[in-house]
Every structure is written in C-alpha cells, then in structure tokens.
Write a protein that binds this ligand. Structure first.
Ligand code: UD1
Ligand code: CA
Length: 452
C-alpha cells in the first residue's frame, strides 16, 4: 500500500506571541516543522505534503527538501479544511496526518500506527492524561468502541471529564477522506472545519476506528506557547541523555547536558556537567569532556581529554590529545595523536602534528605544525597582513621560544630553534637558532626619577 504524509502547519500560533510562525520556533536548534518532517521521512512514504499558510514563504524557505509538496491554505478555516486542501495532490492509498506543532513524534511509533489503516479502518492516536486540558476528548460507547471526538470548546461538563484525548495524529484511507472532508460542517464553537469530525462519520459508515497510543507519552505533546516549548526541550534533552547512558556513556549529571544536533559516542565516554553539543559531534571511546565545554561539528578520537571551559568548532583530533582548559579551537583545526593545546590558546585552520605542544596563550592560524614541536607561551602566527592570509610552517622538532611573532609566510626548519621574544619574518633553516629581537643594554649608574 502506498502512503502519503500530510503535515498541518498553516496555523499562526497566536499564543507564541511572535512574528515568527509557530512551526519555525526551534527545539534543540531544529524548527518544530523540521522535526516532524524528519520523522515523516524515516517512514519512507511515497509523498510528504506540508500544508502552510500563515508565514507563507517564510515557512517554505526555512525547510529545504525536493521531496516536499507544498500546499497553501490561504485561510485557516480548521484542520479539516487543511487536509481537504491537500487532497487534490494525493493519489496514495493511505494518508497519515501529522501536526506541525507536535514535534517529537518518533518514527517507530508511526510505523506501528500506520499498520492499523486499511480500506475499512482508520487509525487514531490517543492518550490518557491526568490533566487533559484543552485537548479534544475521545468519546467511546458502552462496548468501549470509539464513537466520535468532541473538541474541548464544544464539550459538555461530562465530556470534559473524559481523560482520553486526541493527539491530533490520525491515519485514514484516502478514498474515505475524499468523501468525508467535503461534507464537514463548520457549525461549532470555533466556526471551523474540524478534522476530528470525520471520526463520527467513519463510525456511522461502518468503518472501524482503531485507537492506539504513542510508545512514549512525550511524543505527542503539542507546543502552543513558549512554556510548553521549553518543557518539551527539557524532555527531549532527557531522552537523548538516557539514550547516551544506555549506550555506555557516563553523564555526571544527565540533567546538565544539551545536545542540539547529533552526538555519537563510543563506549566509556565521560561527560561532565553543563556542556553543549551542536551539529554533528563524534567522540571516541574513553574520551572525557570536562565541564562547561561547547563542541560544534567535531570529531575526537579515543582517549582525548577536553578540560573545562573549552570551545571547539570544526575540530578533528586523533587519539590521546589534551585540550584546554579554556582553549578556543576554531574551524579546520586538526590535532595529531597526543598533541596538546592548553589554556588561552586560539587556533584556526591549523594542523598540529603528533605530540606537539601549544600549551599557553598562543594564536595559531593558517599554520602547519609538524611532529614533536614545542610552541612557547605567548607565541603568535601573524597570518594576516590586512588583505590576505599567509601560512606558517613549523617543521618536525622545531622549538619556538616564548612570545615569538612568526610573520607569515614563513617556515621554521626541522629541529630549528627560535629565541624567546623574536619577531621572525625570514625562513629559519633546519637545526639553526634564530634570534630576532633588540639587543639588551644595561645602563650602569642609572638613577630612577624621584618624587619631590
Ligand atoms: C487539534 C485537534 C484536537 C487535538 C489537538 C492536539 C482539531 C479540530 N482539533 O486541536 O482534537 O486534541 O489538535 O494537539 O483538529 N492547522 C492548519 N490549518 C488550520 C488550522 C490548523 O494547518 O486551518 C494546523 C496548525 O498549524 C497546527 C495543527 O493544524 O499545526 C493543529 O491546529 P491547532 O489549531 O493547534 O489545533 P488544536 O486546537 O490544538
Ligand atoms: Ca495545537
């Protein structure tokens, strides 16, 4: 059977109090709508339709994908009208309706759920809640079969007491939707065409409604305001933290880690408190991340130690490196096995070879450092002349004394030494010592000025 997923994302989301459409607000750095689309894609459906309206082009531009069919709902006349607008572009047997403001629905739940739809049956995702709030309520008959859904605003006192709610996710045969949706009426408390009214229509026509729940209750939590968004963000962080711990990662406090992207860890990684991971980060086994670090798009090998308060973006590090504390490693930094980058060191577009050390207060940019090189405290590569960037090359075994200025383009040879405080603007041959600093003079009999 072929499958179409229709994602409803046309509403304004008034309660967000925002110029941005609700579905573009972000959870873990990804738009709510993007989360739903990613889960839909995991089902490998034949078609994904996004119904958009409020915020129009802004929504389309924010969510890329050639595989998406966009349908505009010019006036938001209700969820039933929204699905009805999508019908002309559908030809699949089954239609799965998802909501753009229910972001954490998981592929495993959907895969199982869609199995409940056939020519004679609809699938409805429902959930029992302690506090059912403003959700639509599931009305069942004496035999326990689902009869209809009543929206909260239309519900009687007795119906509001029902704790089984409509999550908003449903699956139906397309042919049924084609005859049911045009027949909806908007005579209700909100003057809208309710998608939920098709349940009673299906029952009246003798179709079966199969209700089932999500695998985890948080999957169907909706976002209507920023308080709910923040709550769901915390839930998502907790879910990710638990996945990591089950995969063999030690989290010193699972409530104090934030993952806004993908974090892939081998076994026995250990992460201290309050670190943030963005984009795609990979950590090899035994690697330790100290507290208060930020890692963005990094790949660290085995047994790497990142000490507290380090900021790493676009870093690749081989096994046994030590980084930080307070290191700032920027885009295209590559560390060889056992390299060390210490406190208050900034690097960018730099290769630092195996066992080399840049331990204190240095700037290394556009540089290629060989094996077993020692870069002294306060050394900087002067890589920028105001117009262009130039390269600095330090060959294997070079020793750079403290507070050297290496004016690029420049190459320091194998096992060459640069004296402390030197400004180096010519290449240094292998094995030689370069000293480039003013000669010291000691002034005999010099008198300090005195105050009168
Ligand atoms: C809807 C359900 C309710 C359910 C709840 C779950 C209806 C009538 N009610 O209520 O039973 O408990 O979801 O979260 O379906 N949308 C459009 N076009 C429209 C109206 C809405 O695309 O004309 C989109 C919204 O952008 C949103 C989704 O549909 O993503 C749900 O709409 P919303 O107005 O939030 O419905 P609820 O009142 O939450
Ligand atoms: Ca909603």
């Amino acid at each position: 059977m072929s499958l179409a997923v229709v994602i409803l994302a046309a509403g304004k989301g008034t309660r967000m109090r925002s110029a941005r459409p609700k579905v573009l607000h972000e959870l873990a750095d990804r738009a709510l709508l993007q989360h739903v689309i990613d889960s839909a894609r995991a089902l490998e459906p034949d078609r994904i339709v996004v119904v958009y309206g409020h915020g129009g082009e802004m929504v389309r531009d924010a969510v890329p994908g050639d595989d998406l069919t966009w349908v505009e709902q010019a006036d938001q006349r209700g969820t039933g009208d929204a699905v009805n607008q999508a019908l002309p572009v559908l030809s699949e047997d089954q239609v799965l309706v998802l909501l753009g403001d229910v972001p954490l629905i998981q592929p495993a739940t959907l895969a199982r759920f869609i199995g409940n739809v056939d020519e004679q049956a609809l699938a409805l995702m429902t959930l029992e809640l302690e506090e059912p709030g403003g959700y639509g309520r599931i009305v069942r008959d004496d035999t326990g079969s689902v009869r209809r859904i009543v929206e909260y605003k239309d519900a009687s006192e007795g119906e509001r007491a029902i704790r089984e709610i409509n999550t908003g996710i449903l699956g139906a045969p397309r042919t049924f939707l084609e005859q049911a949706l045009p027949a909806l009426s908007a005579e209700n408390a909100q003057g809208e065409y309710y998608l939920t009214d098709i349940i009673a229509m299906a029952v009246n026509q003798g179709l079966v409604v199969r209700a089932s729940g999500p695998e985890n209750p948080w999957e169907t939590d909706g976002v209507n305001d920023r308080v709910q968004l923040a709550r769901l963000e915390r839930i998502w962080q907790q879910v990710q933290a638990e996945r990591l711990m089950r995969a063999g990662v030690t989290l010193r406090d699972p409530a104090r880690i934030d993952i806004r992207g993908q974090l892939h860890c081998s076994e026995d990684v250990s992460i201290d408190i309050d670190s943030l991971f963005e984009g795609r980060v990979e950590l090899g086994s035994g690697t330790q991340i100290g507290s208060h670090c930020v890692l963005i798009d990094c790949s660290l090998g085995e047994n790497v130690t990142v000490l507290p308060y380090s900021h790493l973006e676009g870093v690749t590090a081989q096994a046994n490196c030590t980084i930080g504390p307070h290191a700032r490693l920027r885009t295209s930094t590559q560390l060889g096995r056992g390299a060390k980058v210490g406190n208050f060191v900034e690097t960018k577009n730099a290769v630092i070879g195996p066992l080399s050390k840049v331990n204190h207060l240095a700037y290394i940019g556009d540089a290629e450092i060989g094996e077993d090189v020692n870069v002294g405290a306060g050394t900087i590569t002067c890589n920028y002349d105001g117009a262009a960037k130039h390269r600095t090359v330090l060959r294997d075994g070079a020793f750079i004394g403290s507070n050297a200025s290496l004016v690029a383009p420049v190459t320091i040879g194998r096992n060459a030494t640069v004296g402390a405080g030197s400004t180096i603007n010519r290449d240094v041959p292998d094995e030689e010592l370069a000293v480039g600093r003013g000669k010291q003079r000691n002034i005999e009999g010099w008198q300090r000025p005195t105050k009168n």
